[in-house]
Design a protein around this ligand. Structure first.
Ligand SMILES: *[C@@H]1O[C@H](CO)[C@@H](O)[C@H](O)[C@H]1NC(C)=O
Length: 182
């Protein structure tokens, strides 16, 4: 019995500084080069928000995953558009799994296609209360053309023109302008 108490005390002494350290670091950021550009992943543990942005010579996009409000917003330039969707938590990586995902990231000269894909159809709509989606999404999407993105499943026809974003070689977010709805 004494032994187990001492073990617990010792473990406590060893673990406490490590945990304290972890909590102080509210933001993790990692940059990798992919093909001709790079992607930066940022995880904010305090706000439960992750963002991934990609910059190449001809393209810029940033996707924000707000695990607190449960929304995903993706800003795409030069389209100057912002696609907002409800986060499907069964398809997205868990928030707690993101640090490991960041740790596993490696620079890629020849990127592989991601193993998972989520496809959305877009409806152009002015989003009145952008603030309720969280401050990051608000600041990212303010002033852009906003679209509501609805997930689609199964084989799709007439999806229109699609834009596929390879996020960290892990997840493809494909946004399609369904011309039938315009
Ligand atoms: C969320 O993802 C699951 C698994 O792919 C799917 O079955 C479900 O329909 C999705 N929910 C929505 C609202 O699209």
């Amino acid at each position: 019995m004494h032994l187990s108490i001492w073990t617990a005390v010792l473990l406590g002494l060893v673990l406490t500084p490590a945990l304290a350290d972890n909590h102080q670091q509210t933001e993790i950021s990692k940059k990798i080069s992919i093909g001709g550009g790079y992607q930066i992943m940022t995880i904010n543990r305090k706000w439960l928000v992750a963002s991934i942005e990609q910059k190449t010579n001809h393209e810029y996009w940033k996707t924000i995953w707000n695990y607190d409000t449960g929304f995903v917003a993706t800003k795409v330039l030069p389209e100057r558009a912002c696609y907002v969707s409800i986060m499907n938590r069964t398809e997205m990586p868990s928030f707690d799994g993101l640090p490991q995902l960041a740790a596993d990231l490696r620079n890629q000269r020849h990127p592989r296609p991601p193993g998972k894909e989520i496809t959305f159809t877009l409806i152009r709509r002015a989003i009145r209360d952008l603030q309720s989606y969280g401050p990051d999404i608000f600041s990212t999407c303010t002033g852009l053309s906003t679209y509501v993105a609805y997930e689609v499943h199964g084989p799709q026809f007439n999806l229109g023109s699609c834009l596929k974003l390879d996020v960290l070689q892990y997840l493809a977010l494909t946004y399609c302008h369904n011309d039938n709805f315009v």
